[in-house]
Write a protein that binds this ligand. Structure first.
Ligand SMILES: Nc1ncnc2c1ncn2[C@@H]1O[C@H](COP(=O)(O)OP(=O)(O)OP(=O)(O)O)[C@@H](O)[C@H]1O
Ligand SMILES: [Mg+2]
Length: 238
């Protein structure tokens, strides 16, 4: 969607750092995101993507820095969801809605089942769902408190191509209605197609923030996005 850069940011992250002893998992990362903006975080294994998202979600305490929003205003869809496999889809949603102290629980649960296309699976045991449907439950839980900002860690990694389409359509719809969506991915083609802006993280450092086209331009024309991304990392010593 068209993102108005003059709008007040929906999310500001200021000099966030996470150190594990000598290891700097995240080093003074700052960025902000506008309402309705879709932001992709890309970078090699161990770059600090998950760590950064966990900090922004409020599920991990940073060593330093600040996040503009309290955790209850940030929805979080971790890569490994903590779902109860013996409970049904609906029971899982109710349980998480209670844990998150969501007001008007039944209405919110019904709305999330509808929004994520799970209404006809409401009574199914989560442990018996396909990966794609489990991912929908995961996303529904992240959205229970109807947060203005939603974070997803590698949301498409276990999905088949058709389910990926469904996921990105859904994410696009959320963004169009004003939700800021920040996600990590190793599928750089998806970052190019389904993000308004890309953040490149490597060894805990934020190396780039801009559009996919701008990233290609920094390494010179004539490369596709994936090749440009690899060349960019190489130029920066990664
Ligand atoms: N609990 C921990 N204790 C020590 N080091 C950790 C811990 N969690 C993460 N790290 C380290 O922090 C760095 C960043 O890890 P992180 O999982 O955030 O990377 P990532 O970009 O998400 O990688 P991937 O693409 O493989 O998911 C890595 O070097 C990792 O080993
Ligand atoms: Mg990760």
């Amino acid at each position: 969607m068209a993102v108005t850069t003059t709008a007040a940011p929906a999310l500001s992250v200021d000099r966030v750092a996470k150190h594990y002893g000598e290891r700097r998992a995240v080093q003074d990362v700052s960025f902000s995101a506008a309402p309705g903006e879709r932001l992709a975080i890309i970078g090699p294994n161990g770059a600090g993507k998950t760590t950064l998202l966990q900090i922004v979600a409020g599920s991990l305490a940073p060593t330093g820095g600040t996040v503009s929003r309290p955790p209850r205003e940030v929805g979080w869809v971790p890569q490994q969801p903590a779902l109860y496999s013996k409970l049904s889809v609906e029971e899982n949603l109710r349980l998480f809605a209670r844990l998150e102290k969501v007001a008007d629980r039944e209405a919110v649960v019904a709305r999330m089942l509808e929004q994520t296309g799970l209404a006809d699976r409401a009574g199914d045991e989560v442990g018996r769902l396909s990966g794609g449907n489990r991912q929908r439950v995961n996303i529904a839980i992240g959205l229970l408190s109807e947060p203005p900002v939603l974070l997803l860690d590698e949301p498409s990694s276990s999905l088949d191509p058709r389910q990926r389409e469904v996921l990105w359509d859904f994410v696009g719809g959320l963004a169009e209605r004003g939700t800021t969506v920040v996600y990590s991915t190793h599928n750089v083609g998806e970052a190019e197609r389904y993000a308004d802006r890309v953040l490149v993280l490597a060894d805990g450092e934020l190396l780039f923030s801009g559009t996919a086209t701008e990233l290609v331009a920094t390494v010179g024309p004539g490369r596709d996005f994936e090749a440009a991304f690899v060349a960019f990392l190489h130029e920066r010593g990664h």
